[in-house]
Design a protein around this ligand. Structure first.
Ligand SMILES: N[C@@H](CCC(=O)N[C@@H](CS)C(=O)NCC(=O)O)C(=O)O
Length: 343
């Protein structure tokens, strides 16, 4: 089975190209992801291929880096899939377009770096990037006249231009109506939709990237954060452990609390089973719980809710706060409890 090593779907436009091509043309392969937030990213990728970039294609003894070489290797392995068009004129055009993508469009790439979560707010471009987009526009618009794709049927050329087409949507770039037809067509392809859906679901960590950018799309509104906090308070006051646990990620949830430290001997509790054990033990020791919510502040940049409340645990009252980092599904992936002065 072929293996394609990729970076994060949210950011890695180069990884996207051969992945789309193989999916769209029905070539079976497995994906191995090396997430960018992994501490040893560069070493891991370099161990596979000395260039140290993704994507890398592994096909038996062949280990191929660089998208152009990957596409040529795939065309050799699967000569009947239409990776390059059968027609020699179209084939020459497809090769030329792929090479142009590989060597050009640098200013657009720099000014509008590929980000599947970018919300489409219009961005002003430099003169260089504007000129490059005019060229891209002509390429996109040329598709409409033919079979709907850039070189007849879907080929490597379309896979190569899809990330640029998506940047138009990610950064609200102005294009001609004809170019837009092509952009919407490729954006709606099943392989593209699958890539973007998986980008949403990628559970990379930490939630804030180096430089402070959030990894996850902001998943809820400020009102939702308040609703979440109210549900949480109601669930604890009702001693409804299932309802509390349902607010935490099904996998990989973690919670840190000084109370866990005193009950279990360690402050950090992991996973649904660990949380259930900890809170069951806590509920046994505390016959009466009464929480009163004071505030729930939502920070969309870090997908974090800060909950401030009064905690009455069997008559012992204290000011308290919890910080919850939400995952892409709006569940608590990481929580931490802080206890303050007596209320
Ligand atoms: N020319 C290469 C470019 C690959 C590339 O730059 N990939 C990016 C991810 S989209 C990467 O690995 N960057 C990490 C680095 O350069 O250290 C190709 O076509 O595959």
């Amino acid at each position: 089975m072929l293996k394609l090593v990729i970076g994060n779907r949210r950011f890695s436009s180069w990884s996207m190209r051969p992945w789309l091509l193989m999916k769209q043309l029905g070539i079976p392969f497995e994906t191995q992801q090396v997430p960018y937030t992994r501490a040893d990213w560069a070493g891991t990728v370099r161990a596979l291929h000395a260039a140290g970039t993704v994507p890398v294609l592994i096909a038996g003894e062949l280990v191929v880096g660089d998208t152009l070489a990957i596409v040529e290797t795939l065309a050799e392995l699967f000569p009947d899939r239409g990776i390059w068009p059968a027609d020699r004129v179209l084939r020459a055009r497809a090769r030329s377009l792929c090479a142009e993508m590989h060597s050009s469009f640098g200013a657009v790439r720099e000014e509008c770096s590929f980000d599947a979560f970018s919300p489409g707010e219009p961005r002003a471009l430099s003169a260089r990037a504007t000129a490059q987009m005019a060229r891209a526009d002509a390429i996109f618009a040329s598709a409409d006249a033919g079979g709907g794709f850039l070189c007849g049927a879907y080929s490597a050329a379309d896979a190569f231009y899809t990330p640029l087409a998506l940047r138009v949507l990610q950064y609200g770039l102005t294009v001609s109506a004809q170019a837009r037809v092509y952009i919407d067509r490729v954006a709606g392809l099943p392989a593209v939709r699958a890539w973007l859906a998986e980008a949403e679901a990628e559970r990379d960590w930490p939630p804030v990237m180096p430089g402070g950018r959030p990894y996850h799309r902001a998943v809820i509104s400020a009102e939702d954060a308040l609703r979440l906090a109210r549900r949480w308070v109601a669930a604890w006051n009702a001693r409804d452990l299932d309802a509390v646990l349902a607010m935490f990620a099904a996998e990989g949830a973690a919670f840190v609390s000084p109370k866990a430290e005193s009950i279990l001997g360690h402050a950090r509790v992991e996973g649904q089973d660990g949380l259930r054990r900890y809170w069951s033990a806590a509920l046994e020791r505390i016959p009466r719980i009464e929480f009163r919510l004071e505030a729930a502040d939502w920070d969309p940049a870090t997908s974090t809710v800060l909950v401030v409340y009064d905690a009455d645990l069997d008559g012992r009252r204290s000011r308290a706060a919890e910080r919850w980092v939400l995952d892409h599904a709006g569940r608590i992936r990481y929580g931490e409890a802080y206890y303050g002065a007596s209320a």
